[in-house]
Design a protein. Structure first.
Length: 232
């Protein structure tokens, strides 16, 4: 992992939302795309905050909140209570989002990012340049960097191509990144795992062929077994 920087690890094509996005739309977005967080940005791509799965779960749990007792209210901090109420009853991204987003520059080392995640107990950092969003580095990205072959430009290039293919897949609701794995070697993309239909198989090939750096596409997927897919 030594020598790798945030720009090498990050997912560059990040799904974002404007601050006025409704709660239900964000929940549907995270579920459909298979992602765990979404940055909130303004029209100039400046990062305003981030909404995570935990924020949405907290919002759902807030529906069961009960008024505190008179005794508890004596010792409660009104400012903290007000902030919690806004985040557990808000209806848009700007109400739920965490404004203090942990950010790094594109040239931040992988080791420093890992240290930040460990110390602050966070799952991801946002890569920014001049306050503008450039990408996200997650714990999974760091794990991939840990097992990646060291310091060989061709292999690093393959990893970048693989990440670009994965990013493109996550944008499409018909893909299944849980059952379909991606391998890239010498510019050749190979899909492993299972596919839901022949249409998905064809679309995956087209998707990969449109990613810069892809020289060839090999489909090694199998039809989804009935015991997984339920025959639907």
């Amino acid at each position: 992992m030594t020598g790798l920087l945030a720009r090498d690890l990050m997912t560059p094509d990040v799904v974002t939302v404007p601050p006025e996005t409704p709660v239900m739309a964000m929940a549907r977005l995270l579920a459909d795309r298979g992602i765990s967080a979404v940055p909130v940005v303004d029209k100039d791509s400046k990062v305003l905050g981030i909404v995570t799965e935990a924020d949405l779960v907290r919002r759902l749990a807030g529906e069961e909140d009960k008024p505190s007792s008179w005794f508890g209210a004596l010792f409660a901090d009104p400012a903290s209570q007000a902030e919690r109420f806004a985040r557990t009853h808000g209806v848009t991204a700007k109400d739920l989002m965490t404004e203090k987003v942990v950010t790094v520059a594109p040239d931040t080392t992988a080791a420093h990012i890992a240290q930040m995640m460990e110390k602050q107990n966070i799952r991801r950092v946002v890569v920014t340049e001049g306050d503008r969003l450039r990408g996200i580095v997650s714990r999974a990205d760091l794990l991939r960097a840990l097992v990646a072959p060291p310091h060989q430009d061709a292999e690093l290039s393959d990893e970048r191509v693989r990440r670009a293919v994965m990013a493109a897949m996550k944008k499409e609701p018909w893909t299944d990144t849980f059952y379909t794995m991606v391998e890239v070697k010498d510019g050749t993309v190979t899909f492993h795992g299972f596919r839901r239909s022949d249409a998905v198989q064809r679309a995956l090939r087209v998707l990969a062929e449109n990613v810069p750096g892809v020289k060839a596409v090999v489909d090694d997927t199998q039809p989804m077994p009935v015991f997984i897919y339920g025959g639907v």
